[in-house]
Design a protein around this ligand. Structure first.
Ligand code: NAP
Length: 218
């Protein structure tokens, strides 16, 4: 499988790159800082392409994405950013990548969203703006006509992977190691199931059997 990971130097992205490379998938990593190229290649990316998703127009993003079977959006403006970048990165980045998928005939799109993402979320704090931006991005993915996987983790930790999660349309709030989120995405990218939006926190379900667990539920 040819996978483009946008935000390829992110923490989940690097874990995902390792997992995909280990099983023989081909990863093209989009990064914004050329100094990160060596690190993403060491993680297993075949290519590291410099493309700032906020600075680049749709043509440039389409060129950077190239041919692929699926795009994974693993980027994010990050906790230190203000409301403007929730719009330009967390929402706008997804919109540009959806245009690239359309332009380059890429059939599938996966996005790391967030538990609580909701286009109708109310409030004026930066975190409220973030949840609205993530919700609008998820809506754009669902309305794109592409096959999609929307993963909405709870609070992310850098704890070691457990290999187990709770995942469903809705789950109780909680935390989850980034490495387990990466494993969930890697597993579900292989699942030819229909479109899915799932919340993910730590739990008891083995990630390797997650597709079967979700069948008929989400
Ligand atoms: N923190 C939480 O508890 C939490 C909970 C639920 C969901 N999430 C979401 O989970 C996702 C991944 O989390 P993570 O911790 O793995 O992320 P991360 O380590 O912060 O990585 C985000 C990546 O996005 C890249 N990026 C930022 N602006 C960019 C731009 N303009 N163009 C291209 N790339 C850009 C960053 O590049 P640089 O490496 O150059 O900085 C970074 O590599 C994010 O979407 C986040 O919103 C977070």
């Amino acid at each position: 499988m040819r996978v483009v990971i946008a935000g390829g130097h992110g923490k989940i992205a690097l874990e995902l790159t390792r997992l995909l490379d280990e099983r023989g998938d081909q990863v093209r990593s989009l990064i914004r800082n050329p100094d990160h190229a060596e690190e993403v290649r060491s993680a297993g990316a075949l290519e590291a392409i410099v493309c700032d998703l906020e600075e680049s127009d749709e043509d440039r993003v389409s060129e950077a994405v190239g041919e692929a079977d699926v795009i994974v959006f693993a980027a994010g403006a990050g906790p230190g950013s203000g409301p403007e970048r929730k719009e330009t990165m967390d929402y706008g980045g997804v919109v540009k990548l959806l245009a690239a998928a359309d332009h380059n005939a890429i059939p599938r799109f996966a996005v790391i969203s967030s538990m609580g993402a909701d286009a109708g979320h109310e409030g004026d704090e930066t975190f409220d703006v973030y949840l609205r931006a993530k919700g609008r991005a998820d809506d754009a993915v669902r309305e794109s006509g592409l096959g999609y996987l929307i993963v909405r983790p709870g609070g992310l930790t850098d704890d070691p992977p457990t290999g187990r999660v709770e995942a469903d349309r809705r789950v109780e709030r909680g935390q989850v190691p980034r490495a387990d989120v990466a494993a969930v995405i890697a597993t579900l990218l292989r699942d030819p199931a229909p479109e899915r939006t799932i919340e993910v926190v730590s739990g008891d379900v083995p990630i390797e059997g997650l597709a079967g667990h979700l069948a008929g539920r989400a």
